[in-house]
Design a protein around this ligand. Structure first.
Ligand SMILES: [Zn+2]
Length: 292
């Protein structure tokens, strides 16, 4: 790699780190009283749209008998999500498949639940009921319908599969698969530059690669991550491999006798984990126990 490339790679890494910092710092707080941020709708494939901005990426699948959505961001994004869906179809939103319990993905349930059937894993449901996310709004609403392994929706001649593949970001992450379009929405099993492991919410860094391996057995070419730009299967594989490397690195540190504070310094230097970030609060203590 020549010097220019090194500088470019460094700049790209800094941008990724900046994005990640913004994500981990802001993704779990609502801007009470202020105007909700503007959202952007992108076309991913015919009849499949993605809404970026504010919380997690929302997928919008249009059928002749209604819309199937993946996640619903924060409660404050309800009006803007509805406006953007209406900009591409007159069909009503019939189902929301929730990827997991965090407020930046399921916060909109409070408003959508009266008109839309919301479906999640039983663990994601229980994590909302049991208020496992310490910084979530008090009035979170859980899915009305739950599953443990898989739930399929057939609507207007189209199929969508919500599948639980194992622990990772939480203990209740569903991946959402659109077979005809060969698209996978990963939820936060892929999000940002490095994984946020929500150990209080049942997450596991050690299990995460196997969970992604199971998901990657599905036949898809396009990946909608929980946060960040749409990518492909190779992008998801790279993300998975980086998690495996992170496990090896951290396990090595812990087994060589490093303390939690010493591991924290390495995570900041090598993984851009900011002091006092959610990574430090939710991920680090759990990693110290799990990777012993
Ligand atoms: Zn999350």
């Amino acid at each position: 790699m020549n010097r220019t490339l090194v500088i470019r790679a460094g700049a790209a890494a800094a941008m990724l780190a900046g994005f990640w910092f913004a994500y981990t710092q802001k993704a779990y707080t609502q801007n009470n009283g202020k105007q909700p941020p503007a959202l952007k709708l992108n076309t991913v494939k015919p009849d499949l749209y993605e809404i970026e901005g504010d919380g997690g990426n929302v997928a919008v699948y249009v059928t002749g008998e209604g819309v199937i959505m993946v996640d619903d961001k924060y409660e404050q994004d309800y009006d803007e999500i509805n406006r953007l869906v209406k900009s591409v179809t007159n069909q009503p939103i019939k189902y929301i498949l929730s990827t997991h319990h965090h407020a930046d993905h399921s916060g909109g349930n409070t408003k959508f639940a009266s008109t839309v059937e919301i479906i999640s894993t039983v663990n994601a449901h229980n994590n909302i009921v049991e208020k496992k996310q310490s910084n979530a709004p008090d009035d979170m609403v859980a899915a009305q319908v739950t599953f443990t392994q898989e739930e399929d929706i057939f609507l207007g001649g189209k199929q969508v599969r919500a599948i639980y593949e194992g622990r990772g970001h939480t203990n209740g992450d569903a991946v959402i698969y659109f077979p005809a379009l060969r698209i996978l929405h990963t939820g936060d099993l892929m999000a940002g530059a490095t994984p946020l492991i929500d150990y209080p919410g049942g997450g596991s860094l050690a299990q995460w690669p196997a969970t992604l391996d199971a998901a990657m057995k599905l036949d898809f070419d396009t990946v909608i991550p929980g946060h960040g730009a749409v990518t492909d299967k190779a992008g998801l594989k790279t993300y998975r491999d980086n998690i495996a490397k992170e496990i090896t690195r951290v396990r090595g540190l812990i087994r060589s006798g490093k303390t939690q504070d010493e591991v924290a310094k390495v995570m900041t230097a090598e993984y851009n984990w900011a002091p006092n970030s959610l990574n430090m609060q939710w991920s680090l203590p759990g990693m110290m126990k799990e990777l012993k």
